[in-house]
Every structure is written in structure tokens, then in C-alpha cells.
Design a protein around this ligand. Sequence first.
Ligand SMILES: [Zn+2]
Length: 456
Amino acid sequence: MSLDAVLSRIDSDLPAATERLMELLRIPSISTDPAYTADCDHAADWLVADLTGLGIATEKRVTPGHPMVVGHLDGPGPHLLFYGHYDVQPVDPLELWDNDPFDPRIEQTPKGKVIRGRGSSDDKGQLMTFIEACRAWKAVHGSLPCKLTFFLEGEEESGSPSLVPFMEENAEELKSDLALICDTGLFESKTPAIVTMLRGLLGEELTIKGPDIDLHSGMYGGVAINPIRVLSRIIASLHDAQGRITVPGFYDGVPELPDEIEAQWQGLAFDHGTFLGDVGLSKPAGEQDRTPLEMIWSRPTCEVNGIWGGYTGDGFKTVLPSEAHAKISFRLVGTQDPLKIREAFRTMVREMLPEDCDVSFRDHGAGAASMTETSDPSFEAARQALTEEWQIPAAYVGCGGSIPIAGHFQTILGTTPMLIGFGKDDDALHSPNEKYDVESFHKGIRSWARILAALT
Ligand SMILES: [Zn+2]
């Protein structure tokens, strides 16, 4: 009954909530460009004022970069933390926008009403879904249902340089039972989803060196080792005929998919034909005994991202190069240890080197995968709440990319992250004409109200 009252309050307040979002969207808080530093500050002030108005003790906290907005409200357990970011991407190329990116408007499109403007989906619109849910709850009940912390960042779109130091310095203050992160999307723009698997990343660059100098292939070809040939053989050996990666020990820590997740993914009826067809492909090229969704979400990969050496300019040069180079990345899952894999990869390469060749490596970063334990009952409660709101069974999904904040909550704070978002594939994040569906905004707010009710 009381949840119904909150939901109807959300419905009747939607025009005002949309107006508040538009106000925040008018602040050009582009974090990467120093010309907008004052605007980032202004967006932080706007949020401090808004949260303070809800009775949440909120402060703008300085960092060497843009400020964090941190707010606390005491209350009965559990302690929920909410994370979002108020900064946005630059707007170039400006001429491709149909309107001023910072003069947002409501537009009627064939697919429904949208809010058009920079940050509407990523992440101001998403961030406001949670705040609006709290506002409606407070209007109906006079108070909020549990202990809450708001943690809003202003540097997410520029690499979050201050995030880890800030979390480390304020770990005690930010520790909570569950971190709700709203910066993701619906699966295939329709299925509500909780992201529970994020792949990690390991980057390596290698240089194979043969002769001291570039040689003439007429004089030395045949007798001198060619480092491009050596590099090609190494790269070709990284996968077997079934698409499995051959680095020794690579699959240590790669978990099998739990049965219930496998069943959910089957229920998603992912159409890999369309997914690959959109980029001119047809056949999944990963491990041949795995489904395409597994290949993207729950299996590790090894990809060559760049390869160069010798003469690649116009015309032709019969050179036998001194060096050959490649950049190789690995997406990691489960408890795969990036540092062990780096060592195993380097050892494998060294063992394949013929006489007269040397190899040097350059490290391009290493981060483990993060996987949340969905056995925590709050996950099932949130999933049910999403299912009720959207009238489509919500799913635990993976994410092929990496969302570092989720891992930071786990490793720095020991807090479980729960990633829920309402963006759609055609929101044009980071691109001209970014939009957020009014329906996503509305149902997003209602979803959080249901989740708050389910978790408290
Ligand atoms: Zn974002």
C-alpha cells in the first residue's frame, strides 16, 4: 500500500522531476576540459543543494580534480550507498547536434518521448532516477527508509584520477552494505538487467628484435632471421583450432556458468545473427563450444590490437626489418590472475624465440575481473522488483567491458556493488544528440522505489 503511494507520487511528479533534470543538464559539466572547471563545480553545488533539500547532510568535497559530492542520512539498516557521476563528455562535433547540447529539450520521436541533451543518459538522467525515488519516498512517508550514503563523482568521463585516493582516504566513511551504481543499461534496450560480471583487462606490447639494422632482402633474405616471421608464428599460436587460448595456465580461475545464470541467458534469446550482422559478420569466432553470449560476457579472450614492422608506406621496399611489434590484450574473467597470466604469456613468447632474436615487453596495465556474488538475498529482491516494474523477467548479465568503480567498491571498501541502469543502446552516449527516453527516466525512478522497498 505504502509503496503504491510512492509510485503514484512518482507518476504525478514526473513533469517536475523532468524539469529538475533539465536544469541539471543545462550545466555544461565537461570534466576533461579545464575551460569547464567552474561548471563542474556548479553541477556539484546544484546536487549538494538538491540533496540538502531532501534532508541529507551533503557536502562538496575537494579533490585535486573536480569535487566529489558526498551525502549521508542516518536511519535504520541496511546501509545503502548510491553512486552516479555528474560530469559529462565533450560535445564535439557540435555541428552534428540538432539542438544546443546544453539546452535540452523534450522531443517526440517515433519510438516515444525523449530528453535530448548531453548527459541526459550518461549519467545525469540515471543519477536523478535514484534521487527522484528518494524525493517521492520522503514526500509520502516524511522520511527515507534506511541509512543512505550518496557518492557522486565529477571525473568519471576523464579517467577518475581522484577516485581511488578519495575512496582510500575515506574508506571508513563510505563503507556500506551495498553500493547501487546507476550507469549501465537495459539488455537489448528492453530487459531490465543487473550487471554481475565485468571482465578484467591485461595489456601487453612486445617487440621482437632480430638483426641490428634493417637489411636488404636481396643480400640477406633467406639467411637472416626475419622478426616479423617470428612474431607472426607467436601470434598464430595464441589460439588453437577451436578458438581456445594456449597460454599455459590461462584458464585457471575461469568459472563455469552457474546453471541458473545459463538458464536466464538462454531466456534472453540473444540473436547473435543480428549482433554480428550489424557489423558485417555472421559467425561467432570465439571458443567453438561456447555460446555467443558466453564469448562476450563470461569467457576470457586474447586479441591482437595492433601489429607493425618493416615497410608499410607507399610503393614497395624489399626490407628485412630489424624489429617487429604487436599490442595484445586479454579480457579476463572469474579469478584469473592478471599478473600470473602476464608472466605465463611472456615465458611462452620467450620459449618460442629462435636463436638470434630477443624480445622486450611493455606493460599496458592489468586489472582483474569483478564478479558479484548473487547469492546475497538483496540481488534476488532487486531482480524481483525490476521484474515487477518492467513486466519482463530481469536478468543477471555480464558486461564485456570494464567498469572500474565496481571493482573499487569491492577491493577498497569491501562493499558489494550492484549495477543497475536504464540506458538504451540507441541513447548515443558520448555522441552527438544524446538522449534518454522519458520512459526510462520514469520507470527508472519507479524501479528504485521498488528496490528501496524490497531491500528495507
Ligand atoms: Zn557514465
